[in-house]
Design a protein around this ligand. Structure first.
Ligand SMILES: *Cc1c(COP(=O)(O)O)cnc(C)c1O
Length: 403
């Protein structure tokens, strides 16, 4: 997944453009900036690449989610459905607006289960937010049907699956809104940064204003701009956007390499009968950012994970026990431990985690291992890695837990 593997000349050239005139901010200073508008340029290029009408860059993927929600008018007490397997940014971005995150089971796609979403809808539900974890997607068609039926927004968090497609369109473009992260470990990086994309002109205008203190960006005199709404500072800097412009030129190459390496690893592991793979919905194509596979049970998955680590196979994750990505370890959320007092709507609206049943999620996650797919491996390295993984897994499967 990591774009940092391919950081080089293109990124440096764009950064140097910015450093030469010293205008590190995306707005204003027109006389000084020598025609360089890196953030704007990135937005136009990314929207064109994704084939959407609008892109709004932000300071991070987390702020992109908040900006997206705010742009669609989501606020205090509104319920937003998110999966149990995601990143903490999902609920952080929701709570930041006084809205209420509602956790919901995943299925064998490792993403939000449409059946579980149906059961989680209440009169307060406003948004369904699938998170396309580890390179692949939720069943978007079913989710869209549910959203249309109940008049809900579909917001895709495509932070971990940029370049993946559904119905021949890029992930993030199927819903009303799509969000991406360009943090340091993502497929394309800005160092820090994020983006929201949409075809909805109103949301795009709102996002443009919200991420910059409500400035309307009409005219060139910043001091004379109006502020139709309250906003915040979620801006990206010119330096970060410059890095992203360099990365964007390598996007197709990174994707192709990722998928090539993914295919080799998958092919190798496919020969093990007990290993199965997550379901990719019909008409979906993974980005190849991770290879995800199931072992027959939790015990075996744990042992395989430990042994892969011991064999020096780096970047394989057992998310079931992870602090950031799975609901099981989110005590801060469950116990509502914020630094100040959370808005009353959030406190009252949160699920009762002492009784809630997420055994369907546990069923899949406890058996899942995800391995990061790198771009910089040589073909020989990928082959060796696959062979080693196969050997480790076969070994674990042929020995009893006690031995
Ligand atoms: C990385 C990530 C985010 C947040 O992105 P940041 O840029 O790190 O704030 C949100 N959702 C998912 C699924 C992510 O992987």
């Amino acid at each position: 997944m990591p774009g940092f593997e391919v950081f080089g000349e293109e990124e440096r050239n764009h950064i140097n453009d910015v450093l030469e005139n010293g205008v590190l901010m995306r707005y204003g200073f027109d006389a000084m900036r020598n025609g360089h508008h890196k953030a704007k340029e990135f937005e136009l290029a990314f929207a064109e690449k994704m084939k959407v009408n609008h892109c709004q860059l932000t300071s991070s993927g987390t702020s992109a989610l908040t900006v997206a929600l705010a742009s669609a008018g989501i606020g205090a007490g509104d319920e937003v459905i998110i999966p149990t397997f995601t990143f903490v940014a999902s609920f952080e971005s929701i709570i930041a607006l006084g809205a209420v995150p509602i956790l919901c089971d995943i299925d064998d796609t490792l993403c939000l289960s449409p059946e579980a979403v149906k059961k989680a809808i209440t009169p307060k539900t406003k948004v369904v937010m699938p998170v396309h974890m580890c390179g692949s997607m939720a069943d978007l068609k079913s989710l869209k049907e549910i959203c249309d039926q109940h008049d809900l927004l579909l917001l895709e968090d495509a932070c971990q699956a940029i370049g993946g497609t559904y119905d021949d369109n890029y992930l993030g473009t199927y819903g009303d809104l799509g969000c991406f992260s360009f943090d340091y470990v993502k497929t394309i990086t800005c160092g820090e940064g994020g983006a929201m994309i949409t075809n909805n002109h109103k949301y795009a205008t709102n996002a443009d204003q919200f991420q910059d203190h409500g400035h309307d960006h009409i005219g060139s005199d910043r001091g004379a701009e109006q502020h139709p709404f309250l906003g915040y500072n979620y801006r990206i800097s010119e330096l970060n956007a410059a890095v992203g412009l360099g990365q964007l030129t390598k996007f197709d190459h990174v994707l192709a390499k990722q998928r090539e390496h993914y295919s080799i690893l998958r092919e190798t592991l496919s020969s093990i009968e007990e290993v199965t793979f997550r379901r990719v919905p019909d008409h979906g194509v993974e980005s190849g950012a991770f290879l995800n596979f199931f072992l027959p049970d939790q015990e075996t998955a744990k042992r395989v994970h430990t042994q892969l680590g011991r064999a020096g196979i780096d970047a394989c994750f057992y998310w079931f026990d992870n602090n950031w990505h799975y609901y099981k370890k989110w005590d801060h959320l469950k116990n509502q431990r914020s630094m100040g007092k959370l808005p009353q709507e959030v406190r009252n609206g949160m699920q009762d985690f002492s009784t809630i049943d997420f055994s369907a999620s546990d069923h899949w996650m406890s058996r899942t291992i995800s391995c990061l797919v790198k771009v910089g491996w040589s073909e020989e390295e990928v082959q060796q890695r696959g062979a080693k993984m196969k050997q480790v897994i076969s070994n674990v499967l042929s020995t009893s837990p006690a031995s």
